[in-house]
Design a protein around this ligand. Structure first.
Ligand code: NAD
Length: 354
């Protein structure tokens, strides 16, 4: 990982779930990182926790929005940034249906603002965390999903991430034709689960809608039963099947992507394990890890939820020589359980302790 070690990186959304896990890894690698986050969904306490966990870490935290183009450019120049991990986004499918304009503003306008700032500051390396939601509902013959699968997003969230990808691709074409060195890798992430194994940081979404923390919070009595949204899908147990990747493996993939980025490159990878688990299988795995039943309710299908989303991870494995280290759902779930059971108030308590 020579490239990353010798460079200064900026992480947008670095106070969020994925972003904070990436910043922790960068800190453990001895790399200086600048975090830009408006904390709409993230936690400054996550950054404070990383500083405590890795005493030698150098993390600059900037409370700023993606929309502050000039300020972002100034930060990049001052910090001599030469690569950006772009993780900041609004990322809830259901919420995006209710608030499409906000999703467009953050995920599309926010990305173009970031690109303009990078251009002004002459920062030419971008790793963008996109989503499998850009594929929409692929036909069963397209499962597992390859990068070449047609993108027909259904939700405003998926559409906004696809539009952000397009903005990046167009910017790359113009930059390359204009003789400017700009390279990028789009990381189409599938479902991410798990936590720092040592529970130094954790997943703290409010409200929490992700399946694993929802099950565990229900077991802990901190929320009610978990609603299974649709049990009549054409899958073996009737519930949706998703590709669950551990957050630590996902961060390793992002770092490997930056390491592999050569001048003017334009790459795109599906980031998943390459096999799926049904919602019910995940619920049962949570029960096994915690030794406790999960109370569930059956609800109607959610609009825009395809029955099957599984990544074909051949390409990322081949090009980046990356493969997931975490071997089971149970291993990832046990890490989330460790965080949730020791942090009953999430980052609120962390803020008080520190
Ligand atoms: N979590 C998943 O399972 C998953 C799956 C696929 C793709 N992704 C993508 O990964 C990225 C991170 O997801 P996450 O689960 O960590 O989300 P998150 O909500 O935990 O983190 C996103 C961060 O972005 C910040 N942010 C939002 N709007 C901002 C703005 N205008 N300016 C600055 N910061 C802003 C939030 O405060 C938050 O800290 C997103 O781009 C998402 O689309 C996540």
């Amino acid at each position: 990982m020579a490239f990353v070690r010798s460079n200064r990186v900026l992480v947008t959304g670095g106070a969020g779930y994925l972003g904070s896990h990436l910043v922790l890894k960068l800190a453990e690698m001895g790399l200086e990182a600048t975090v830009v986050d408006n904390c709409e969904r993230g936690h400054v306490a996550a950054i404070e926790s990383i500083r405590v966990a890795v005493a030698s870490s150098v993390i600059h935290f900037v409370h700023a929005s993606l929309h502050e183009t000039e300020r972002l450019a100034t930060i990049m120049k001052e910090q001599r940034i030469d690569a950006v991990f772009h993780m900041a986004a609004l990322a809830y499918v259901a919420e995006s249906v209710e608030r499409p304009l906000e999703y467009w503003a953050t995920n599309v306008d926010g990305t173009t603002s970031l690109l303009r700032a990078m251009e002004a500051a002459k920062v030419g390396r971008l790793i963008f965390s996109s989503s499998c939601a850009t594929y929409g509902s692929p036909s069963p013959t397209d499962i597992p999903i390859r990068e070449s699968c047609e993108q027909v997003p259904i939700s405003p969230y998926g559409k906004s991430k696809a539009a952000a990808e397009l903005a990046i691709r167009n910017h790359h074409i113009a930059a390359t034709e204009g003789g400017v060195d700009f390279s990028y890798t789009i990381m189409r992430c599938f479902n991410v689960i798990g936590n720092d194994p040592h529970a130094r940081i954790g997943e703290d979404h409010r409200p929490e809608s992700h399946l694993v923390p929802s099950c565990l919070l229900s077991i802990l009595g901190r929320r009610g039963p978990v609603t299974i949204l649709g049990d009549d899908y054409p899958t073996p147990d009737g519930t949706c099947i998703r590709d669950y990747l551990d957050v630590n493996d996902l961060c390793d993939a992002h770092i490997a992507a930056l390491d592999a980025l050569t001048p003017r490159a334009a790459l795109c990878f599906n980031v998943g394990r390459g096999h799926g688990h049904s919602i019910l299988e995940v619920v049962r795995a949570c029960e096994r890890v915690c030794g406790h039943g999960v109370a569930t309710l059956r609800g109607p299908r959610r609009i825009g939820d395809p029955p099957l989303l599984i990544a074909d991870s051949t390409e990322i494995k081949r090009v980046l020589h990356w493969s997931p280290k975490v071997q089971s759902l149970e291993e990832s779930i046990s890490h989330t359980w460790k965080w949730l059971s020791t942090h009953p108030h999430g980052y609120d308590a962390v803020r008080m302790e520190h």
